[in-house]
Design a protein around this ligand. Sequence first.
Ligand code: AMP
Length: 119
Amino acid sequence: MGSDCLFCRIVAGEIPATVVRETDTTLAFRDIDPKAPVHVLVIPKEHYADIATLAQGDPALAADVLATSAAVAEDEGLLGDGFRLMFNTGANGGQEVFHVHAHLLGGAPLGPMLARDLA
Ligand code: AMP
């Protein structure tokens, strides 16, 4: 993907980010507009648009994203009280950046899963 993708540019070091963990295949950095005391984004370095494309195209890389998310949760002290791991996907999911990212949220009770009951 490259220069058109914000998160590819973070991977390339062209845009600064507060990186909290890096592996051969993944990068974890703090969200620029945090919605909880801990709000970290975990991405594969390789470009996939969303979690469905990633999971179908490279399940091992999807597993790497989960493993890095768990490691960051441990580093941030979230394993005891819990956390939320979220992949906004597509228009209905409210996805804004089309390079797959897990939102790792924690550090306080996060409230209901959705702001409103849509059922
Ligand atoms: P989503 O709506 O799931 O696509 O989430 C995109 C997330 O990326 C939002 O929570 C933004 O605050 C975050 N974000 C956008 N630009 C940056 C950036 N340069 N560094 C870190 N986080 C960012």
